[in-house]
Design a protein around this ligand. Structure first.
Ligand code: AMP
Length: 218
């Protein structure tokens, strides 16, 4: 099954994608993670996108479509399917995804829109941080490590915050979402592929709503 998790920054797409990877063996394709990896490893592309990402603006369609094309062409994950997380973010990307999936003989099964209000997003995003060692995600208010300053999973003590998880970049990211990405809600609704869920509940409640949404198409 191939699905898109659609929602504003901080809606919980990455967290929920992580659950689906662990429970169903699906493959998460997060263009944000791919771009951050390119930025950290200092590739030419990474250098080109770094400032754009830090400001919270969208990277060009050409770059992100190329990243997804590479992954799909690699034939990974065709068994349990792909979770597109943070892609597509524009109508041009959505059209490109349809073409790329067709090329590899796959289809999109459903699009799950995770709805969360802006005020909750600011709180969620500005408080989040991850363990630099193993990537486990935490939050200053909602999910602190059991022992202050020590990762629950790997015992590491080097925590990181995303460069774009600040109020200024978040404003730009939210505006990019409303302007460029939210038209995808209508795009997929018109194709009868959209399901909307409340993204404001606990992680478990949202996961359960996603399970229900997936059971409708499997
Ligand atoms: P994310 O981790 O999904 O919040 O993405 C972080 C940043 O990467 C975004 O604010 C954009 O600068 C860039 N980015 C990620 N995915 C895309 C995409 N599909 N299209 C354009 N820019 C993207």
């Amino acid at each position: 099954m191939n699905i898109i998790l659609l929602g504003p920054p901080g809606a919980g797409k990455g967290t929920q994608a992580g659950f689906l990877v662990a429970e169903r063996g699906m493959v998460q394709l997060s263009t944000g993670d791919m771009l951050r990896a390119a930025k950290t490893s200092g590739t030419e592309m990474g250098k080109k996108v770094a400032a754009v990402m830090d400001r919270g603006e969208l990277v060009t369609d050409e770059i992100v479509i190329g990243l997804i094309e590479e992954q799909l062409a690699g034939g990974e994950g065709s068994g349990s399917g792909f979770i597109f997380d943070g892609f597509p973010r524009t109508l041009a990307q959505a059209d490109a995804l349809a073409v790329l999936l067709e090329k590899v003989g796959q289809k999109l099964d459903t699009v799950i829109e995770m709805r969360v209000d802006d005020s909750a997003l600011v709180k969620r995003i500005t408080g989040r941080f991850t363990c630099g060692g193993c990537g486990t995600g935490y939050h200053e208010e909602f999910k602190k490590p059991v022992k202050d300053g020590v990762c629950d999973k790997c015992g590491g003590s080097d925590f990181k915050k995303r460069a774009d998880d600040n109020e200024e970049s978040l404003k730009t990211r939210l505006m990019a979402y409303y302007k460029e990405t939210s038209p995808l809600i209508g795009y997929y609704y018109a194709k009868d592929q959209l399901q909307s869920i409340d993204g404001l509940g606990t992680m478990e409640a949202v996961a359960s709503d996603i399970t229900k949404a997936l059971s409708k198409v499997s």
